[in-house]
Ligand binder design. Sequence first.
Ligand code: ADP
Ligand code: MG
Length: 330
Amino acid sequence: MISGHWRNAELIREFDLIHQLSCAQNIRRDEVALGIGDDAAVLDVPTGKQLVMSTDTLNPDVHFSQESSASDIGYKSLAVNLSDIAAMGAEPVAASLSLSLPELNTQWLQDFSRGFFALADYFKVQLVGGDTVQGPLSISVTAYGLVEKDRAITRSGACPGDSIYVTGVLGDAGAALLVLQGELSLTGSQASYLMERLHRPVPRVGPGQSLQGIASSMIDISDGLAADLGHILENSSCGAMIRIDQLPISAVLDECFESASGYHCPLYGGDDYELCFTVPEYARHEAESMMMQHQLPVSCVGTIEEGDGLRLLQPDGTIAAALSDGYQHF
Ligand code: ADP
Ligand code: MG
């Protein structure tokens, strides 16, 4: 329980915030030689392993809406980073947290911590440091992971003939955004399913690690399958064909969209945080059985080809070029 560590006064000081964050966590990792409280943290990198690092920042209106709960923001700020570590095939170990806050509001921080540490505890990630400044609300997390030397799964290893897989289902988070923007109206239970998928993505940590030596390339889907697979294609200097009717979607998404327009969310909607990976023919069975061991549905959605660009095989048998852009910040 974290609540006992928090004072009741509405506003606290920076020292209290750091102390309380430090006390709120349950995880102590062997790799962390020195955690919160000094000028910097010190981590051991075991012999034969490499350190994997990733940073992501969440800003209001861009990454969450003003109505998002502090607990959801805390959860997601770590989730998006663990998803990046997972996409390298690495094991997350530690994280640091940079907070820019308009004020030190106890209730907000307590809720934020509850979400953050729910996920940190689940994946045994230790918070080892950070920074706290006054300013417009912005949350930046850096996650640190470990991977066996030279076994990280990059974006650059896809080869023509490899199969393209995605985990889970796609498009729920994109549809949730449409609901928030008032462009899609649903029943209460449909909407709450989509909101959960938007606010509480589950980083595919175990599955990502288990694809070491099996997947030829991997990326996590944060900006939509078309855009993120596009990064694999660019980095691997190849093209791909996606079969639209193989895209995995949830029952709720299926109910929302009856027409082919339903494929916009799974292809171009952001925030899914599923894994997209490529697998050479000989390793397909192993990849599928690994995902089965993790009880994670996996779908083969297409094939890597010679050339460049992403093509879509549509349900009517025609081929179209994918739209080029996912979410663009600038
Ligand atoms: P410095 O001035 O040397 O940067 P700080 O006073 O900012 O030190 O931080 C003191 C300690 O608290 C450091 O270990 C730092 O990593 C940690 N810390 C500060 N802010 C946070 C935060 N938001 N989350 C976790 N640890 C934090
Ligand atoms: Mg500082």
